[in-house]
Design a protein around this ligand. Structure first.
Ligand code: HEM
Length: 407
């Protein structure tokens, strides 16, 4: 436990962290990767380039500093990060490396303001925070390994089937190469895929939600090909999976992880809202809900640009035909002329609170949402306007956690 003096010193640095946090974490990554280039095998370079990882780490450090004397209050946040770490295979012996370069970065950015007293307090605080992560992650590693069909680290899976779902999304059906049992998972969870794209200097790890229900003899992931544009480079891993990975090839997967899960205990109706490839965890949730409670109220809302980019529609309709409690609605932002003629969508434009209100028969529901950041911000604002309590909102970000409040 930290002594009162150390806690006070840490708390006195909270305002600085608020303003300098991202500079500190930028500097931290730069110096750490220079000294430990092998870590570039586990960090997502695209997230680094966009600065989202720096922001996520800075926020986590800031939150930890703010709650340094009552870390249990931020346990859900710690667990969410620990799930990601467990899925990536982060080890206890890597914590001192991060600690060393984080402290060094605090010193570099703050200059003389970083007194020996402050640095000492941060070294102690980092130790406490790191121990909390290591402890939770060790439990998660054990649970993942001990679960029937579970495993530690990365396991070889064969691509059994590759199936086009839309102009940009393809599903991969993956079976363990060892022919062994497959660990179950909670709908909404993801797996990490490790690939070495030919010609690239480092391995790369990406997380993909499992897009089919549990209990199948395979895991299914559905990957959007990120072609890149003027602002963002193409996604090396997604392009590799789409263009090069073939049926029969081997991919390396870590066991299912993640805390974006159905909260079944409340017994409320469920509303699943997705934008683009954000529908992948929703499909898994939908399959489970339809099997478990086909009569109960489930509203499935999916936003896509148009029918060309609308994945898995037939699967949703098949589920709906056997699930009287399910209503599915589609919202297209740029429908084609044919979409209009065939009336294949229910709303044109971006999702609006009034439309949501019309579609959801009982607003006192549990809402699950996933999609690109602006979409999630819009859904969250709509739920604010409909006065949905925050405890009834559950969401998952693509990539590092970000703010739901649009800046
Ligand atoms: C992801 C915090 C230690 C490697 C993250 C995220 C946070 C975070 C906030 C983003 C989670 C998300 O996706 O939303 C921390 C804190 C640490 C710590 C506070 C120390 C107490 C470590 C260590 C390693 C590590 C020791 C290994 C060298 C990673 C990687 C990711 C990650 C590879 C995924 C980032 C990406 O690829 O985009 N961590 N972390 N972290 N962390 Fe940590």
């Amino acid at each position: 436990m930290l002594d009162t003096h150390t806690i006070n010193v840490i708390k006195s640095t909270v305002p600085v962290l608020e303003t300098e946090g991202v500079h500190i974490t930028k500097r931290f990554y730069q110096t750490m990767f220079e000294a430990h280039p092998e870590l570039l095998n586990i960090f997502n370079h695209a997230n680094q380039k966009q600065g989202r990882q720096q922001v996520a780490l800075a926020n986590a450090v800031y939150m930890a500093a703010l709650h340094i004397d009552r870390l249990e209050e931020i346990l859900p946040v710690v667990k969410q990060i620990a799930h990601k770490h467990r899925s990536l295979g982060i080890r206890p012996d890597q914590y001192p490396i991060v600690g060393k370069y984080l402290l060094q970065a605090i010193q570099d950015v703050l200059g003389e303001a970083a007194t020996p007293e402050i640095l000492d307090a941060w070294a102690k605080a980092y130790g406490v925070i790191a121990d909390a992560f290591i402890g939770i992650e060790q439990e998660m590693y054990q649970a993942a390994e001990q679960q029937p069909g579970g495993w530690e680290g990365f396991r070889a899976f064969t691509v059994q089937r590759k199936e086009r779902e839309s102009a940009v999304i393809t599903s991969f059906y993956l079976v363990p190469q060892d022919g062994g049992e497959l660990a179950s998972f909670e709908p909404g969870q993801y797996i990490s895929v490790k690939v070495h794209v030919p010609g690239q200097p480092y391995e790369q790890i990406r997380q993909y939600s499992l897009s089919d229900g549990p209990g199948q003899p395979y895991y299914r992931i559905s990957v959007k090909r990120e072609d890149g544009d003027d602002v963002r480079p193409a996604g090396q891993v997604s392009v590799y999976l789409h263009e090069q990975a073939q049926e029969g090839d081997v991919l390396y997967l870590s066991a299912p992880a993640g805390d974006f899960q159905l909260q079944r205990q409340h017994g409320r109706p469920v509303v699943l809202i997705s934008g683009g490839v954000g529908l992948t965890p929703m499909m898994s949730m939908l399959r489970s809900l339809a099997a478990e409670q086909p009569q109960a109220g489930i509203t499935f809302i999916h936003a896509a640009s148009n029918s060309e980019l609308h994945a898995m529609r037939r699967q949703v309709e098949e589920i709906a035909s056997e699930c009287p409690g399910l209503s599915a609605y589609y919202c297209y932002s740029t429908p084609t002329e044919l979409d209009r003629q065939n009336a294949v969508f229910h709303y044109e434009g971006y999702l609006q609170p009034d439309w949501l209100k019309e579609m959801v028969p009982n607003l006192n529901a549990d809402y699950y949402f996933c999609g690109p950041l602006p979409f999630m911000q819009a859904v969250n604002t709509a739920l604010d306007q409909l006065e949905v309590p925050v405890e009834q909102r559950h969401y998952e970000f693509f990539g590092p956690a970000a703010s739901l409040v649009a800046s």
